[in-house]
Design a binder for this molecule. Structure first.
Ligand code: GDP
Ligand code: MG
Length: 619
């Protein structure tokens, strides 16, 4: 909402502009007034809408046209004053004042106008008959009011309407010609309805309506009031109420009613609470709340955010198969201005047999967005209405900024839940197969992936000593001369060569020597396509000797040319190394270290699955 309001009064001489201002200030009619009142500022706490308000007078006798034009362009709302007993002053409203104002204001930023008929004490009848056609002709006229500076009639109302016209303009909401809400307003309210429809059944039931009322207006709705609202809707619209709750049609009708009855501040309160600005776009301040991100820290979703995302998943997984069908996914993102996930997401996270994103995959993709691009994550959470529905201050309260990695290394422990592994390897060495392997996809399954739907990321959970962690794999494009900071910064490096290609190891050795030999990041050598017969690598030493020499674990065999899902061992090992980068090579070599880690993995993977099943049952 605006921080202040500037009201300008214009009109023919002697219609009573100065008197109106003086009457408002002194609460009595001044018999003698100057040509022009000084600009006055009413402090926020004495105005109805609690914003500082400046009132500016105009006098043809004291001001040049240039000064008038300047005031017009500065004003947030303009009152065109006429005198009800002076026909000429009414004519001038359309012949002079409205065109003059149109010429001196920006085409895009419309200034609301208010028609003010002063000196109502002097006549018996109202001027409304003459005024209404003018109102219908010009959509920028917010309202009209008849008043009298002399007997103080409607004076404070006049300034209240002016203030309201600025703070709660009807322009963006309503089209007076069509007597209906504007498309953008319908779109925004539809989104609000969908966010507030917590069980996604297309109806706001009493619980949802009460919640909505509380978050928008901070007060509960009396049970009778709730019934009254529904009755009003029902009376006017047969399908506005269904199963004793409000349908989208009913919800939109209710707001049309508010606006038509001049209660559009109600609709504005709702719109603003859900993050909309005066142009009915989601506010940048709402979408991108400040979040401090020191260097060497990463971003993760906290428990609260996961719970919220879980509820969003549940609300859209209508057939309860723990996966989102294309329709369900489309429905989930209906509250977004655009579809945020492309087909590559289906190859970044776990999917079911039909290729639909599973519950696990859905949470993984959110985790990935949070890790790689936290601003985007804030925006997406904003679109889902996280702060409103979860009653948090902003989306930022759903994000954990982890502590500096240097401290983790010093203390030899980490609270982080997401670890990033950059995967290096020459063209065709098997990087993509390695990435798809973490999603449980063997070579056969991978062949069905369309080239344009490929992803350079894959993320899934692994279990390390019984703790669930996310491992994010990032395939680095093998351009030796150009590697970005993002290509080099990670928690663990995976160097892949092709068991069947004698030239492929050299690339790994080169990358290691150039970038990682002197860094603290742990590295792991992987011999991919281990189902093929091993061919001697053309390099000065064998991969095993190379690893030994550089204090790396021995090369790990990996193949995705399997009947079932590829083995997960390697992913557990990578996560373990990322979590415990300080663990000595001796420890890493001892089989019990790995054994403990991987035993935990299977036990917990099974347990995790069983628990999820149990959780699902009652639904
Ligand atoms: P301005 O030129 O538009 O600023 O008009 P003024 O405020 O100077 O008023 C012009 C004349 O109209 C003065 O003599 C006022 O006393 C008189 N006047 C202003 N408002 C009213 C009103 O509401 N009723 C009556 N009867 N006279 C008014
Ligand atoms: Mg005057």
């Amino acid at each position: 909402m605006r921080k202040d309001v500037r009201i300008l009064l214009v009109g023919e001489p002697k219609v009573g502009k100065t008197s109106l201002i003086m009457s408002l200030v002194s609460e009595e009619f001044p018999e003698v007034v100057p040509y022009r009142a000084e600009e006055i500022t009413i402090p926020a706490d004495v105005t109805p809408e609690r914003v500082p308000t400046h009132i500016v007078d105009y006098s043809e006798a004291e001001q040049t046209d240039e000064q008038l034009f300047q005031e017009i362009s500065k004003a947030n709302v303009i009152c065109i004053v006429y005198s009800v007993n002076n026909k000429k002053s009414i004519e001038k409203v359309t012949s002079h004042w409205i065109p003059l104002i149109t010429d001196n204001t920006d085409k895009d930023s419309r200034v609301p106008l208010i028609l003010v008929g002063n000196k109502s004490d002097l006549v018996e009848h109202s001027s409304m008959e003459t005024i209404l056609p003018i109102m219908n002709q010009y959509s920028e006229i917010e309202t009209c009011v008849e008043c009298s500076a002399k007997n103080l009639k409607n004076i404070s109302e006049l300034f209240y309407y002016a203030q309201k016209a600025v703070l709660h303009p009807t322009g963006p909401l309503y089209c007076p010609d069509r007597k209906d809400m504007k498309p953008l307003c319908i779109k925004a309210l539809t989104r609000i309805f969908k966010v507030s429809d917590l069980d996604n059944d297309g109806i706001l039931n009493d619980t949802e309506l009460n919640f909505f009322q509380r978050i928008c207006f901070n007060t509960p709705l009396a049970p009778q009031a709730l019934e009254d609202v529904k009755n009003v809707v029902k009376k006017n619209l047969s399908d506005g109420v269904c199963d004793n709750g409000l349908t989208l049609k009913g919800f939109l009708f209710l707001h049309t009613l508010f606006i038509q009855r001049g209660r559009h501040e109600t609709t504005w309160t709702v719109l603003r609470r859900f993050g909309y600005d005066d142009d009915l776009d989601l506010n940048q301040d709402y979408l991108f709340p400040p979040l401090k991100l020191p260097p060497d820290c990463t971003t993760e979703l906290n428990h609260n955010a996961y719970l919220f995302l879980q509820s969003v998943f549940d609300k859209h997984d209508k057939d309860r198969d723990c996966a989102l069908s294309p329709e369900e996914l489309k429905d989930l993102f209906e509250v977004f201005p655009y579809m945020p996930w492309g087909p590559d997401v289906n190859n970044t996270v776990c999917t079911n047999d039909q290729g639909w994103i599973t519950y696990q995959g859905y949470l993984s993709q959110w985790t990935l967005t949070t890790y790689l691009d936290v601003q985007r994550c804030l925006e997406y959470l904003g679109c889902l209405g996280y702060s409103i529905i979860a009653e948090q201050e902003s989306q930022a309260s759903g994000i954990t900024v982890t502590r500096d990695k240097k401290i983790d290394l010093q203390k030899k422990q980490t609270q982080r839940g997401v670890f990033c592994c950059n995967v290096f390897g020459d063209f065709g060495s098997g990087k993509s197969g390695f990435l798809q392997g973490i999603l449980g996809r063997n070579l056969m399954r991978q062949k069905t992936i369309r080239e344009e739907h490929r992803s350079f990321y894959a993320i899934s959970t692994t279990y390390v000593y019984g703790q669930e962690k996310y491992l994010l794999l990032h395939e680095v494009f093998p351009d030796f001369d150009y590697l970005s900071d993002a290509d080099l910064s990670c928690d663990i490096v995976c160097l892949i060569y092709d068991t069947g290609n004698p030239h492929s190891f050299e690339y790994c050795a080169k990358i290691f020597k150039q970038y990682f030999m002197d860094s603290k990041v742990p590295c792991m050598m992987v011999a991919a396509k281990s189902d093929l017969p091993e061919i001697k690598q053309l390099y000065s030493c064998s991969p095993l000797e190379f690893c030994r020499k550089h204090k790396m674990p021995p090369p790990q065999s990996f193949t995705c040319s399997t009947a079932g899902a590829p083995s997960r061992d390697i992913y557990t090992k990578l996560t373990t190394m990322a979590m415990y980068p300080h663990v000595s090579q001796a420890d890493l070599k001892s089989s019990t270290f790995w054994l403990k880690a991987s035993v935990g993995a299977t036990v917990f993977a099974v347990l995790g699955f069983a628990m999820y099943r149990i959780l699902l049952k009652p639904r």
